[in-house]
Ligand binder design. Structure first.
Ligand code: PLP
Length: 393
């Protein structure tokens, strides 16, 4: 497929090349088989030696996973991709594929809580240590580098306050020190930001978010150069973190509307941010498209097509607001569904942080994170404004 098609086209047509010539199903079949049969020993040898591509055993990969990998590598603009059972399996494989005992990582302190725990509690057991920094402060990032630093890991848009690290500058900084830049692109999706085009070496996602888009398929992906992905694949296969064929197949169906969905998510989230920012019951709104956002200018430069559907708001009497929305906007601790959902960082994603640290970061008990969906914007604003009329301190 032509690389210069718009992402909307690339996503809609993703997987086409897996379709053989002739009278065949338009949608790739689901290959729900744990093993493959071979006509003779020579054919088995050709597959096992890698001379011929093809599946042989589920843990090593399925045709549906291979199709999704090609599609996601294409959308992120990388040579290759590896899909995994979850976002955490993908991040683990990406890091274990490049790190050895004695190596050091620099990571944004705002990364997803389980990524933080992986870096702070699991990798040290293998002799790999991490220094946590504010990735929006390049001086602090630079000062944290050591001769043994191999990876700088950040998120393109952070949870829940939507900070925007300077990925091109961080890539240059990492490369100058002989390290790789790894970017978790879950909140953005390749429809609004492609980290590899700005110098990132590894790009990861929790696939159950924007890539699949309907909270029905689960998985992860790491995209990057073929050698990095090959090493990550060996680690993942040995650790057993394979993505299920059905999840890969479901993700392919969701992926086809990625471009359209992200346009709707981005437009709706901007409109919601603008309205909330001017409401007397709202104390603060965190969205990169608001002119008082600390990285507003950088965000406008790096994300010309919008920022996806995520924002957070500090709302007076948040419990009453959540109750008033019940039945219309569900409280659900995930994100990126086509319907708008709410989550509560204080009690879920950031629960493990000490209270003082949560407050220092701006995560208060009244902070709600909104994953803005693709509903009609008039209906959505009506629901939100109606709920803001109820309660209040
Ligand atoms: N990265 C980010 C930014 C996330 O929000 C999540 C999960 O919410 C993960 C990684 C982990 O992904 P998973 O839950 O698929 O393991």
């Amino acid at each position: 497929m032509k690389r210069d098609y718009d992402l909307t086209t690339l996503a809609a047509r993703a997987g086409e090349e897996a379709r053989p010539e002739g009278n065949v199903p338009l949608v790739e079949p689901l290959y729900q088989s744990t093993v493959y049969a071979f006509p003779d020993l020579d054919a088995l040898e050709r597959t096992m030696s890698g001379e011929e591509s093809g599946s042989f055993y589920y843990r090593n990969g399925t045709p549906n996973a291979a199709t999704l990998e090609r599609a996601l590598a294409g959308l992120e603009g990388t040579d290759a991709a590896l899909v995994a059972a979850s976002g955490m399996a993908a991040i683990s494989a990406a890091l274990l594929g490049t790190l050895q005992s004695g190596d050091h990582v620099v990571a944004d302190a705002r990364v997803y809580g389980v990524t933080y725990a992986l870096l702070a509690e699991e990798l040290p057991r293998l002799g790999i240590t991490t220094t946590f920094v504010d990735a929006c402060d390049p001086g602090e990032v630079e000062a944290a580098f050591r001769p043994e630093t191999r990876v700088l890991h950040v998120e393109s848009l952070t949870n829940p306050l939507m900070t925007v690290p300077d990925v091109p500058r961080l890539a240059a900084l990492a490369h100058a020190r002989g390290a790789l830049l790894s970017v978790d692109n879950t909140f953005a999706s390749p429809a609004v930001f492609r980290p590899a085009l700005h110098g990132a070496d590894l790009v990861t996602h929790s696939v159950s978010k924007y890539l699949s888009g309907h909270s029905a398929a689960f998985g992860g992906v790491v995209c990057g150069q073929a050698d990095l992905i090959s090493s990550a694949r060996t680690r993942l296969t040995r650790l057993g973190g394979t993505m299920g064929a059905f999840d890969a197949w479901m993700t392919m169906q969701g992926l086809k509307t990625l471009g359209l969905r992200m346009r709707a998510h981005s437009g709706n989230a901007q409109a919601v941010a603008d309205v909330l920012a001017n409401h007397p019951r709202v104390r603060a709104v965190y969205h990169p498209g608001l002119s008082d956002h600390p990285q507003f200018h950088r965000a406008m430069e790096l994300y010309p097509q919008g920022f996806g559907g995520m924002l957070s708001a500090d709302i007076e009497d948040a419990p009453a607001f959540v109750r008033a929305l019940a039945g219309r906007i569900p409280l659900a601790p995930s994100l990126a569904d086509v319907v708008t959902t709410l989550s509560w960082p204080w009690g879920t994603s950031h629960r493990a942080l000490p209270e003082a640290e949560r407050r220092r970061l701006g995560i208060t008990p009244n902070l709600l994170r909104l994953s803005v969906g693709i509903e009609d914007i008039g209906d959505l604003l009506g629901d939100l404004e109606g709920a803001l009329e109820v309660g209040g301190e």
